[in-house]
Write a protein that binds this ligand. Structure first.
Ligand SMILES: *Cc1c(COP(=O)(O)O)cnc(C)c1O
Ligand SMILES: [Zn+2]
Length: 408
Protein backbone atom coordinates (compact mmCIF):
# COMPACT_ATOMS: atom_id res chain seq x y z
CA UNK A 1 0.00 0.00 0.00
CA UNK A 2 1.42 3.36 -0.99
CA UNK A 3 0.51 6.69 0.51
CA UNK A 4 2.31 8.80 -2.11
CA UNK A 5 -0.21 11.17 -3.66
CA UNK A 6 2.07 12.71 -6.28
CA UNK A 7 5.17 14.80 -6.70
CA UNK A 8 4.44 18.48 -6.17
CA UNK A 9 6.36 21.63 -7.10
CA UNK A 10 7.60 23.37 -3.96
CA UNK A 11 7.15 26.77 -5.66
CA UNK A 12 3.96 26.70 -7.78
CA UNK A 13 2.32 23.59 -6.30
CA UNK A 14 1.78 21.94 -9.70
CA UNK A 15 1.37 18.15 -9.30
CA UNK A 16 3.48 15.65 -11.27
CA UNK A 17 3.38 11.84 -11.63
CA UNK A 18 5.54 9.87 -9.16
CA UNK A 19 8.38 9.18 -11.60
CA UNK A 20 12.13 9.85 -11.75
CA UNK A 21 11.81 13.63 -12.18
CA UNK A 22 12.94 16.43 -9.90
CA UNK A 23 12.28 19.83 -11.53
CA UNK A 24 8.96 21.57 -12.28
CA UNK A 25 8.55 22.04 -16.02
CA UNK A 26 6.54 25.24 -15.48
CA UNK A 27 8.66 27.23 -13.01
CA UNK A 28 11.85 25.13 -12.54
CA UNK A 29 11.09 24.76 -8.83
CA UNK A 30 12.19 21.56 -7.02
CA UNK A 31 9.67 18.72 -6.73
CA UNK A 32 8.69 17.23 -3.41
CA UNK A 33 6.72 14.12 -2.40
CA UNK A 34 3.13 14.76 -1.32
CA UNK A 35 1.30 12.16 0.79
CA UNK A 36 -2.26 11.21 1.54
CA UNK A 37 -2.05 12.30 5.19
CA UNK A 38 -5.72 11.62 5.95
CA UNK A 39 -5.20 7.94 5.08
CA UNK A 40 -1.89 7.79 6.99
CA UNK A 41 -3.51 9.28 10.10
CA UNK A 42 -5.96 6.37 10.19
CA UNK A 43 -3.23 3.72 10.38
CA UNK A 44 -0.08 5.26 11.83
CA UNK A 45 -0.46 5.44 15.63
CA UNK A 46 2.23 5.53 18.33
CA UNK A 47 1.29 1.97 19.25
CA UNK A 48 1.63 0.75 15.67
CA UNK A 49 5.06 2.37 15.33
CA UNK A 50 6.26 1.00 18.69
CA UNK A 51 5.25 -2.53 17.69
CA UNK A 52 7.68 -2.51 14.76
CA UNK A 53 11.42 -3.23 14.49
CA UNK A 54 13.96 -0.58 15.52
CA UNK A 55 14.88 0.78 12.10
CA UNK A 56 13.86 3.66 9.85
CA UNK A 57 11.06 1.65 8.24
CA UNK A 58 8.92 1.75 11.35
CA UNK A 59 7.60 5.00 9.82
CA UNK A 60 7.17 3.38 6.41
CA UNK A 61 3.82 5.04 5.63
CA UNK A 62 5.71 8.35 5.57
CA UNK A 63 8.36 7.03 3.16
CA UNK A 64 7.91 7.44 -0.63
CA UNK A 65 7.95 3.82 -1.74
CA UNK A 66 5.12 1.67 -3.08
CA UNK A 67 6.02 -1.84 -1.91
CA UNK A 68 8.20 -3.21 0.87
CA UNK A 69 11.72 -1.77 1.38
CA UNK A 70 14.17 -3.83 -0.69
CA UNK A 71 17.35 -1.89 0.10
CA UNK A 72 18.64 -0.96 3.57
CA UNK A 73 16.13 -2.94 5.61
CA UNK A 74 18.30 -2.49 8.74
CA UNK A 75 19.13 1.20 8.38
CA UNK A 76 18.31 3.61 11.22
CA UNK A 77 17.35 2.95 14.82
CA UNK A 78 20.48 4.76 16.01
CA UNK A 79 20.98 5.81 19.67
CA UNK A 80 19.75 9.06 21.16
CA UNK A 81 22.32 9.59 23.90
CA UNK A 82 21.39 11.53 27.04
CA UNK A 83 24.67 13.47 27.14
CA UNK A 84 25.03 14.40 30.81
CA UNK A 85 28.80 14.99 30.73
CA UNK A 86 28.52 17.18 27.68
CA UNK A 87 25.62 19.05 29.30
CA UNK A 88 27.87 19.85 32.25
CA UNK A 89 30.64 21.08 29.94
CA UNK A 90 28.19 23.20 27.96
CA UNK A 91 26.36 24.39 31.11
CA UNK A 92 23.00 23.51 29.59
CA UNK A 93 20.29 21.57 31.43
CA UNK A 94 19.41 18.87 28.92
CA UNK A 95 21.62 17.77 26.03
CA UNK A 96 20.90 14.86 23.67
CA UNK A 97 23.14 13.50 20.93
CA UNK A 98 21.39 11.78 18.01
CA UNK A 99 24.23 9.47 17.02
CA UNK A 100 24.08 8.61 13.33
CA UNK A 101 27.85 8.07 13.40
CA UNK A 102 26.85 4.44 14.04
CA UNK A 103 24.19 4.14 11.37
CA UNK A 104 24.21 0.85 9.44
CA UNK A 105 25.93 -0.01 7.13
CA UNK A 106 28.29 2.90 6.32
CA UNK A 107 28.33 4.97 9.51
CA UNK A 108 26.57 8.14 8.43
CA UNK A 109 23.00 9.40 8.13
CA UNK A 110 23.32 9.05 4.33
CA UNK A 111 22.31 5.37 4.68
CA UNK A 112 18.79 6.66 5.42
CA UNK A 113 18.46 8.61 2.17
CA UNK A 114 20.12 5.91 0.11
CA UNK A 115 17.85 3.15 1.46
CA UNK A 116 14.83 5.11 0.22
CA UNK A 117 16.43 6.23 -3.04
CA UNK A 118 17.54 2.76 -4.12
CA UNK A 119 14.32 1.04 -3.05
CA UNK A 120 12.43 3.60 -5.14
CA UNK A 121 14.94 3.34 -8.02
CA UNK A 122 14.35 -0.42 -8.22
CA UNK A 123 10.58 0.16 -8.16
CA UNK A 124 11.01 2.55 -11.09
CA UNK A 125 12.98 -0.07 -13.02
CA UNK A 126 16.55 1.30 -12.76
CA UNK A 127 19.50 -1.11 -12.85
CA UNK A 128 22.35 1.33 -12.21
CA UNK A 129 22.78 3.60 -9.16
CA UNK A 130 24.85 6.80 -9.29
CA UNK A 131 25.56 9.95 -7.30
CA UNK A 132 27.61 13.11 -6.91
CA UNK A 133 29.09 13.03 -3.43
CA UNK A 134 31.16 14.85 -0.80
CA UNK A 135 32.09 11.43 0.63
CA UNK A 136 29.47 9.83 2.84
CA UNK A 137 26.97 9.46 0.03
CA UNK A 138 29.67 7.74 -2.03
CA UNK A 139 30.21 5.21 0.78
CA UNK A 140 26.51 4.57 1.18
CA UNK A 141 25.53 4.30 -2.48
CA UNK A 142 28.40 1.93 -3.28
CA UNK A 143 27.67 -0.31 -0.25
CA UNK A 144 23.91 -0.41 -0.60
CA UNK A 145 24.07 -0.83 -4.39
CA UNK A 146 26.42 -3.79 -3.91
CA UNK A 147 24.03 -5.41 -1.43
CA UNK A 148 21.10 -4.74 -3.77
CA UNK A 149 22.94 -6.27 -6.75
CA UNK A 150 23.02 -2.97 -8.63
CA UNK A 151 25.92 -1.59 -10.60
CA UNK A 152 27.07 1.87 -9.45
CA UNK A 153 28.92 4.97 -10.66
CA UNK A 154 30.15 7.40 -8.05
CA UNK A 155 31.51 10.90 -8.73
CA UNK A 156 33.57 12.75 -6.10
CA UNK A 157 35.95 15.69 -5.84
CA UNK A 158 39.47 14.23 -6.25
CA UNK A 159 40.77 15.45 -2.88
CA UNK A 160 38.49 13.64 -0.38
CA UNK A 161 39.76 11.97 2.79
CA UNK A 162 41.42 8.52 2.47
CA UNK A 163 38.70 6.85 4.54
CA UNK A 164 35.95 8.14 2.30
CA UNK A 165 37.74 7.01 -0.87
CA UNK A 166 38.73 3.58 0.43
CA UNK A 167 35.31 3.16 2.02
CA UNK A 168 33.81 3.55 -1.43
CA UNK A 169 36.24 1.50 -3.54
CA UNK A 170 36.03 -1.55 -1.31
CA UNK A 171 32.47 -2.30 -2.48
CA UNK A 172 33.61 -2.74 -6.07
CA UNK A 173 32.01 0.36 -7.54
CA UNK A 174 33.09 2.58 -10.44
CA UNK A 175 34.59 5.57 -8.65
CA UNK A 176 35.41 8.69 -10.65
CA UNK A 177 37.45 11.49 -9.07
CA UNK A 178 36.90 14.89 -10.64
CA UNK A 179 39.55 17.60 -10.61
CA UNK A 180 37.22 20.24 -9.22
CA UNK A 181 34.93 21.15 -6.32
CA UNK A 182 31.74 19.30 -5.37
CA UNK A 183 29.74 21.95 -7.20
CA UNK A 184 31.64 21.17 -10.39
CA UNK A 185 31.11 17.43 -9.82
CA UNK A 186 27.41 18.07 -9.37
CA UNK A 187 27.11 20.13 -12.53
CA UNK A 188 28.85 17.40 -14.52
CA UNK A 189 26.54 14.77 -13.02
CA UNK A 190 23.44 16.73 -14.09
CA UNK A 191 24.70 16.50 -17.66
CA UNK A 192 25.51 12.80 -17.33
CA UNK A 193 22.10 12.13 -15.72
CA UNK A 194 20.41 13.66 -18.75
CA UNK A 195 22.36 11.32 -21.04
CA UNK A 196 22.37 7.94 -19.25
CA UNK A 197 19.32 6.18 -17.81
CA UNK A 198 20.76 5.83 -14.33
CA UNK A 199 19.28 6.45 -10.92
CA UNK A 200 21.31 9.45 -9.71
CA UNK A 201 20.08 9.34 -6.14
CA UNK A 202 20.57 13.06 -5.49
CA UNK A 203 19.58 14.30 -8.95
CA UNK A 204 16.69 12.56 -10.76
CA UNK A 205 15.71 10.52 -7.66
CA UNK A 206 16.21 13.48 -5.30
CA UNK A 207 12.53 14.00 -4.28
CA UNK A 208 12.41 10.41 -2.93
CA UNK A 209 15.99 10.38 -1.62
CA UNK A 210 15.55 13.51 0.47
CA UNK A 211 12.55 12.05 2.33
CA UNK A 212 14.80 9.48 4.02
CA UNK A 213 16.31 12.27 6.15
CA UNK A 214 13.01 12.69 7.96
CA UNK A 215 13.54 9.41 9.79
CA UNK A 216 16.50 10.82 11.75
CA UNK A 217 14.16 13.19 13.52
CA UNK A 218 11.10 10.91 13.66
CA UNK A 219 13.33 8.65 15.72
CA UNK A 220 14.54 11.53 17.86
CA UNK A 221 11.00 12.66 18.71
CA UNK A 222 9.96 9.11 19.54
CA UNK A 223 13.11 8.47 21.62
CA UNK A 224 12.43 11.66 23.62
CA UNK A 225 9.12 10.07 24.62
CA UNK A 226 7.02 11.53 21.81
CA UNK A 227 7.96 15.15 22.41
CA UNK A 228 10.03 17.95 20.93
CA UNK A 229 13.19 19.43 22.41
CA UNK A 230 13.42 23.23 22.82
CA UNK A 231 16.25 23.35 20.26
CA UNK A 232 17.87 21.19 17.59
CA UNK A 233 21.18 21.86 15.81
CA UNK A 234 21.60 20.39 12.32
CA UNK A 235 24.68 20.40 10.04
CA UNK A 236 24.10 21.79 6.55
CA UNK A 237 25.74 20.85 3.25
CA UNK A 238 23.12 21.14 0.50
CA UNK A 239 20.60 22.13 3.18
CA UNK A 240 18.33 19.14 2.61
CA UNK A 241 18.56 17.47 6.04
CA UNK A 242 17.52 20.62 7.92
CA UNK A 243 14.44 21.12 5.73
CA UNK A 244 13.45 17.48 6.33
CA UNK A 245 13.92 17.80 10.10
CA UNK A 246 11.34 20.58 9.95
CA UNK A 247 9.06 18.57 7.66
CA UNK A 248 9.22 15.62 10.09
CA UNK A 249 8.12 17.88 12.96
CA UNK A 250 5.21 19.30 10.96
CA UNK A 251 4.11 15.80 9.92
CA UNK A 252 4.18 14.42 13.48
CA UNK A 253 2.07 17.41 14.61
CA UNK A 254 -0.37 16.92 11.78
CA UNK A 255 -0.72 13.21 12.55
CA UNK A 256 -1.24 13.92 16.24
CA UNK A 257 1.83 11.87 17.23
CA UNK A 258 3.38 14.68 19.33
CA UNK A 259 1.89 17.67 21.13
CA UNK A 260 2.46 21.03 19.51
CA UNK A 261 5.39 22.98 20.95
CA UNK A 262 7.97 25.51 19.87
CA UNK A 263 11.23 23.94 18.64
CA UNK A 264 13.96 26.19 17.25
CA UNK A 265 15.86 24.67 14.34
CA UNK A 266 19.48 25.85 14.01
CA UNK A 267 21.76 25.28 11.02
CA UNK A 268 25.53 24.69 11.29
CA UNK A 269 28.26 25.20 8.69
CA UNK A 270 32.03 25.49 8.58
CA UNK A 271 33.23 29.09 8.18
CA UNK A 272 35.29 27.92 5.19
CA UNK A 273 32.07 27.00 3.41
CA UNK A 274 29.23 29.00 4.89
CA UNK A 275 27.00 30.32 2.11
CA UNK A 276 23.82 29.65 4.13
CA UNK A 277 24.86 30.88 7.58
CA UNK A 278 26.58 33.95 6.08
CA UNK A 279 23.35 34.88 4.30
CA UNK A 280 21.43 34.45 7.58
CA UNK A 281 23.85 36.64 9.50
CA UNK A 282 23.92 39.31 6.79
CA UNK A 283 20.13 39.28 6.55
CA UNK A 284 20.19 38.51 2.84
CA UNK A 285 17.11 37.14 1.10
CA UNK A 286 19.28 34.82 -1.06
CA UNK A 287 22.64 33.20 -0.36
CA UNK A 288 25.73 33.80 -2.49
CA UNK A 289 27.63 30.70 -3.70
CA UNK A 290 31.21 30.32 -2.40
CA UNK A 291 34.33 28.29 -3.20
CA UNK A 292 34.79 25.89 -0.22
CA UNK A 293 37.97 25.74 1.86
CA UNK A 294 37.50 23.72 5.05
CA UNK A 295 38.44 20.41 6.69
CA UNK A 296 34.69 19.64 6.90
CA UNK A 297 34.70 18.21 3.39
CA UNK A 298 31.40 16.37 3.79
CA UNK A 299 29.71 19.76 4.22
CA UNK A 300 31.70 21.52 1.48
CA UNK A 301 28.94 22.50 -0.93
CA UNK A 302 29.39 26.07 -2.13
CA UNK A 303 26.09 26.30 -4.01
CA UNK A 304 23.58 24.42 -1.82
CA UNK A 305 20.49 23.17 -3.68
CA UNK A 306 18.22 23.64 -0.66
CA UNK A 307 20.02 26.66 0.83
CA UNK A 308 17.09 28.98 0.26
CA UNK A 309 14.63 26.61 1.97
CA UNK A 310 17.08 25.97 4.82
CA UNK A 311 17.08 29.72 5.55
CA UNK A 312 13.29 29.62 5.54
CA UNK A 313 13.28 26.86 8.18
CA UNK A 314 15.64 28.74 10.50
CA UNK A 315 13.60 31.94 10.18
CA UNK A 316 10.22 30.24 10.56
CA UNK A 317 11.18 28.32 13.70
CA UNK A 318 13.01 31.16 15.45
CA UNK A 319 16.33 29.39 14.96
CA UNK A 320 19.55 30.81 13.55
CA UNK A 321 22.60 29.88 11.51
CA UNK A 322 26.21 29.92 12.73
CA UNK A 323 29.58 28.65 11.55
CA UNK A 324 32.91 27.65 13.10
CA UNK A 325 36.57 27.67 12.04
CA UNK A 326 38.58 24.52 11.31
CA UNK A 327 40.32 24.90 14.68
CA UNK A 328 36.98 25.08 16.50
CA UNK A 329 35.84 21.99 14.57
CA UNK A 330 38.79 19.95 15.86
CA UNK A 331 38.29 21.20 19.43
CA UNK A 332 34.61 20.22 19.32
CA UNK A 333 35.41 16.75 17.90
CA UNK A 334 37.73 16.21 20.86
CA UNK A 335 35.19 17.58 23.36
CA UNK A 336 32.50 15.16 22.13
CA UNK A 337 34.94 12.25 22.27
CA UNK A 338 36.25 13.13 25.74
CA UNK A 339 32.86 13.82 27.33
CA UNK A 340 30.58 11.25 25.70
CA UNK A 341 32.91 8.70 24.08
CA UNK A 342 31.63 9.51 20.62
CA UNK A 343 34.10 9.91 17.76
CA UNK A 344 32.29 12.04 15.19
CA UNK A 345 33.63 13.17 11.86
CA UNK A 346 34.40 16.80 11.05
CA UNK A 347 30.69 17.53 10.42
CA UNK A 348 30.03 16.53 14.04
CA UNK A 349 32.68 19.03 15.12
CA UNK A 350 30.84 21.66 13.10
CA UNK A 351 27.52 20.86 14.79
CA UNK A 352 28.87 20.80 18.34
CA UNK A 353 31.12 23.83 17.75
CA UNK A 354 28.16 25.81 16.49
CA UNK A 355 26.06 24.64 19.45
CA UNK A 356 28.72 26.05 21.80
CA UNK A 357 28.58 29.36 19.94
CA UNK A 358 24.78 29.50 20.07
CA UNK A 359 24.90 28.91 23.84
CA UNK A 360 27.46 31.71 24.29
CA UNK A 361 25.24 34.01 22.23
CA UNK A 362 22.27 33.18 24.47
CA UNK A 363 20.28 31.79 21.57
CA UNK A 364 20.17 28.41 23.33
CA UNK A 365 19.50 29.00 27.04
CA UNK A 366 20.96 27.13 30.01
CA UNK A 367 17.56 25.94 31.29
CA UNK A 368 16.54 24.46 27.94
CA UNK A 369 16.92 21.17 26.07
CA UNK A 370 18.93 20.74 22.88
CA UNK A 371 19.39 17.87 20.43
CA UNK A 372 22.72 17.80 18.56
CA UNK A 373 22.60 15.84 15.29
CA UNK A 374 25.80 13.84 14.78
CA UNK A 375 25.71 12.64 11.19
CA UNK A 376 29.02 10.91 10.43
CA UNK A 377 31.83 8.83 11.93
CA UNK A 378 35.29 10.11 12.95
CA UNK A 379 37.13 7.04 11.69
CA UNK A 380 36.45 8.30 8.16
CA UNK A 381 38.10 11.70 8.66
CA UNK A 382 41.15 10.78 10.74
CA UNK A 383 43.36 13.30 8.93
CA UNK A 384 41.48 16.11 10.65
CA UNK A 385 42.57 15.12 14.17
CA UNK A 386 45.71 13.08 13.45
CA UNK A 387 48.04 15.84 14.67
CA UNK A 388 45.87 16.97 17.59
CA UNK A 389 45.53 13.89 19.79
CA UNK A 390 49.11 13.15 20.83
CA UNK A 391 50.95 9.83 20.42
CA UNK A 392 51.09 6.53 22.35
CA UNK A 393 53.85 6.37 25.00
CA UNK A 394 56.43 3.76 23.95
CA UNK A 395 58.11 1.35 26.39
CA UNK A 396 59.70 -2.09 26.32
CA UNK A 397 57.66 -5.02 27.63
CA UNK A 398 58.91 -4.66 31.21
CA UNK A 399 56.97 -3.80 34.37
CA UNK A 400 59.87 -1.64 35.52
CA UNK A 401 59.52 0.55 32.43
CA UNK A 402 55.81 0.86 33.05
CA UNK A 403 56.40 1.79 36.70
CA UNK A 404 58.84 4.46 35.61
CA UNK A 405 56.32 5.77 33.10
CA UNK A 406 53.59 6.02 35.74
CA UNK A 407 55.89 8.00 38.04
CA UNK A 408 56.58 10.59 35.35
C1 LIG B 1 25.54 14.98 3.60
C2 LIG B 1 25.87 15.27 5.01
C3 LIG B 1 25.18 16.25 5.79
C4 LIG B 1 24.11 17.21 5.32
O1 LIG B 1 23.61 17.09 4.11
P1 LIG B 1 22.52 18.00 3.41
O2 LIG B 1 23.01 18.10 2.02
O3 LIG B 1 22.48 19.34 4.09
O4 LIG B 1 21.26 17.25 3.56
C5 LIG B 1 25.51 16.36 7.13
N1 LIG B 1 26.48 15.62 7.69
C6 LIG B 1 27.15 14.70 6.99
C7 LIG B 1 28.21 13.92 7.69
C8 LIG B 1 26.88 14.48 5.64
O5 LIG B 1 27.57 13.56 4.97
ZN1 LIG C 1 6.54 24.90 -10.36
Amino acid sequence: MSYIKALKCRECGHPFPKEAIHVCEYCFGPLEVDYNYAAIKKVLTRKKIESRDQNMWRYRELMPIEGEPTVGAQVGGTPLVHAKNLAKALKVKEVWVKNDAVNYPTLSFKDRVVAVALTRALELGFKVAACASTGNLANSVSANAAAAGMESYIFIPHDLEQGKVLGTLVYGTNLIGIRGTYDEVNRLCSEIAAKYKWAFVNINIRPYYAEGSKTLFYETMEQLGWRLPDNVVVPMAGGSLITKVWKSIKEFHQLGLIPSKKCRVFGAQATGCSPITSAMKEGWELFRPVRPKTIAKSLAIGNPADGFYAMGVMRETGGWGEDVSDEEIVDAMKLLAETEGIFAETAGGVTLGVTQKLIKQGRIKSDESVVICITGNGLKTQEAVAHHVGKPQLIDAKVSEFDALLKK
